[in-house]
Write a protein that binds this ligand. Structure first.
Ligand code: A2P
Length: 278
């Protein structure tokens, strides 16, 4: 296993297990730099969203990196407003234009929106059939949302990207996704900006044992669970350090100790998708 190792999605497309997330990276030099630094550090997977407001800088960073398009895996997402306004196709085309790309590797419905998800999925299917997204999927869907989508979907989502970290390890939902053939991806795998997970004593103890950082232990835990993760950092050294995951293996006891941190699940500020209808 190394940074190029991919997980095979349900349509045969490979997604690198590790990607760079750019939520809360400012449009302009900040995003531009992190994308270039990540590609220099070996990342081939970049995860953005129209809601992040930084697709233009992601596109520029990709261009400046000089990496061949076909070596990269780029994800972006359809935001709630475009689902409510019926502007899904225009939104996708705008994302492509900002990213300066002819296609994305993965296009996701960012959040379920009551009454708008089914029609949005039909647009996603059209985009997939046009070849301008190599895979389509969803984000922040719980079991009920997936079941409802599957009732009349022609295409099964390739991915469900959800909040997942040691304080919300999502074992039930991840297993459900796996059963449906939907790959599970972790957003805010390190617990998000300003989160407390990186100071968690149980994780510190495990990290010291392996001579690794807490961030590396968490990302290795994702890897060993078969979860795709897109950690964010604006620091070049951390972007690089977050790739150093392939020279150690967590023991089953340590995996269990990390899983047990979920006994009192805690979400980041973005709300609970289980409160959203379909
Ligand atoms: P920064 O951007 O200042 O490096 P998530 O991916 O869970 O949303 O978490 C991102 C948060 O974790 C950011 O606040 C980021 O801060 C921080 N972070 C990312 N990588 C590391 C690391 N290796 N060590 C410490 N903090 C990190």
């Amino acid at each position: 296993m190394d940074i190029h190792t991919t997980k095979k999605l349900n349509n045969g497309v490979g997604i690198p297990y590790l990607g760079l997330g750019v939520f809360l990276c400012n449009e302009g030099d900040e995003t531009n730099n992190v994308v270039r630094w990540a590609i220099e550090a070996g990342y081939r997977h970049i995860d953005t969203a129209s809601m992040y407001g930084n697709e233009k800088s992601v596109g520029l960073g990709i261009r400046q990196s000089g990496a061949a398009r076909k070596e990269l895996f780029v994800t972006t997402k359809l935001k709630k407003d475009d689902m409510r306004d019926g502007t899904q196709m225009q939104a996708f085309e705008k994302s492509l234009k900002l990213l300066q790309l002819d296609y994305v590797d993965l296009y996701l419905i960012h959040w379920p929106v009551a009454g708008k998800t089914r029609e949005s999925w039909k647009v996603m299917e059209k985009i997939y059939e046009s070849g301008r997204a190599r895979a389509i999927g969803v984000s922040n869907f719980i079991e009920r949302h997936l079941d409802q989508l599957l009732q009349d979907a022609k295409i099964i989502p390739a991915v469900n990207q959800i909040e997942l970290h040691p304080h919300l390890s999502q074992q039930t939902l991840a297993a459900y996704c796996e059963k449906l053939g939907v790959a599970c991806e972790a957003w805010s795998p390190l617990g998000g900006t300003g989160g407390k997970i990186l100071d968690e004593p149980v994780l510190k103890k495990i990290a010291d044992k392996y001579g690794k950082s807490v961030a590396q232990v968490i990302l290795r835990w994702d890897l060993q669970r078969g979860i795709i993760a897109v950690p964010k950092s604006t620091h070049r050294a951390r972007i690089k350090a977050n790739t150093e995951l392939y020279d150690f293996e967590l023991s089953p006891d340590d995996i269990k100790a990390i899983n047990d941190l979920d006994q009192d699940p805690q979400r980041i500020e973005w709300g609970d998708p289980s409160l959203i209808g379909f």
